[in-house]
Design a protein. Structure first.
Length: 408
């Protein structure tokens, strides 16, 4: 057995660890604004709602650019493209660290958003080269879990750094870690490429597949529901749950741990079938999530309940991710094999459309109704996700027959 094959038999080999670490860095850079939102607002002399708008802006750029970047990246050598985009990511974070005003920070966040989604999509395409088929959903779950690990470790550490040394040092930390990651990428990632042979525009026929459309909508609604309140997680903990300022970092660690569990358990849920089927199993989870999200309003009067509820909501946050990624990849493999790179980007695209919508709606709710109403509004989005997954069920029945014939 070749040395590379032996390495693939071990799931946590060096290339897999580097790709998970890249997701960690992307997650830390994306989510850190939530943890240090009050610090940035105070430092740049703008309101917290204005800084909160950076979350929406990031997602509004990230979502449309991700499929375009992924379709283009499929036509160039993978490793060189990957390394170049990480370099752009580093430049964006250096700008964040030295931003002299809110306008510069906006430009920096846009630059980071332009490459982040494509970086996740490219990471997904390494799956057959760094691991085996039996670990496919585990690989997907762990790449997504890099974002959750950023919530558990990166965001709280970044928040502590901001509180101790100033918010700019949080971005300096991101920059140092990114340089280390670039060195590791050069050392361990495979150089082979899988350049597509179809044109740029034909790849987008994938979007006309009804299964893809419904899968995208389910993720958009699920992410929007979460980000209605997650964008303002720090103010909720501070003003509604009444967590003392010095313990906010601890609260973010606990919430992040719940999110990590969510991503990893989501990988197990994705193993329940092929194609559309795993996402249809998320329907009762969306129902339970809606009820819990609506009850967030109780936090205003019962802070202890709110503290426990935030942990539970974190456990629901990413349960859909691996199931939806399986849907996109399997549907593309089955019906649109030239669009696999594009399919790999759809979860990031969908989730960030949801982030953009949810954080924008959350900003309006916070500004006009107050923090206590974020939960009930989020529940409305989850009910929409329930409706979409109901529409997916007939496709699941047909696909079961398709995969049964393949196995026979």
């Amino acid at each position: 057995m070749a040395k590379s094959d032996v390495a693939k038999e071990r799931f946590f080999n060096l290339p897999v660890i580097v790709l998970i670490s890249l997701s960690f860095m992307l997650g830390m850079s994306e989510f850190i604004v939530v943890g240090i939102l009050p610090d940035i607002a105070a430092g740049l002399k703008v309101s917290e709602v204005t800084v909160g708008n950076l979350v929406s802006l990031f997602a509004f750029v990230y979502a449309p650019v991700t499929p375009l970047g992924s379709a283009l990246s499929a036509r160039f050598p993978r490793f060189a493209t990957h390394l170049t985009l990480v370099g752009v990511f580093l430049i964006g974070n250096v700008l964040c660290a030295f931003a002299s005003n809110y306008g510069v920070l906006v430009v920096a966040r846009i630059l980071i958003a332009l490459v982040s989604g494509t970086l996740v999509a490219i990471a997904m395409t390494y799956a057959p080269d760094v691991t085996t088929e039996q670990y496919r959903t585990k690989f997907i779950a762990w790449v997504f879990s890099g974002f959750s690990i950023a919530s558990v470790v990166g965001v709280p550490v970044g928040t502590w750094v901001a509180n101790t040394f100033g918010w700019r040092w949080t971005f300096h930390l991101v920059n140092v870690l990114t340089v280390v990651l670039i060195v590791l990428m050069v050392m361990v990632l495979p150089r082979n490429s899988h350049i597509v042979k179809i044109g740029f525009l034909p790849q987008f026929r994938l979007f006309f597949d009804r299964r893809i459309q419904l899968g995208v909508l389910a993720v958009v609604f699920g992410a929007a529901a979460t980000y209605v309140f997650y964008t303002y997680l720090t103010p909720i903990m501070r003003d509604e749950v009444h967590v003392p300022e010095q313990y906010l970092s601890v609260g973010l660690v606990i919430f992040g741990a719940a999110c990590l569990w969510s991503n990893l358990y989501g990988g197990k849920l994705a193993d329940r079938g092929r194609g559309v089927e795993p996402l249809t199993h998320i329907r009762p989870i969306y129902c339970a999530h809606a009820v819990l999200m609506a009850s967030l309003i109780v936090t205003h009067w019962v802070p202890v309940y709110g503290a426990l509820l935030l942990v539970v909501l974190g456990m629901f946050m990413y349960l859909q991710n691996s199931a939806s990624q399986v849907l996109y990849m399997d549907v593309a493999s089955q019906s649109h094999p030239g669009s696999l790179n594009l399919a790999a980007s759809l979860n990031s695209m969908s989730f960030n459309i949801g982030i953009a919508v949810g954080s924008a709606v959350g900003g309006l709710v916070n500004a006009y109704l107050g923090l206590m109403w974020l939960g009930p509004v989020g529940a409305i989005f989850l009910l929409c996700a329930v409706g979409v997954t109901t529409l997916l069920r007939p496709f699941a029945a047909r696909e079961r027959d398709f995969y049964a014939k393949q196995q026979a």
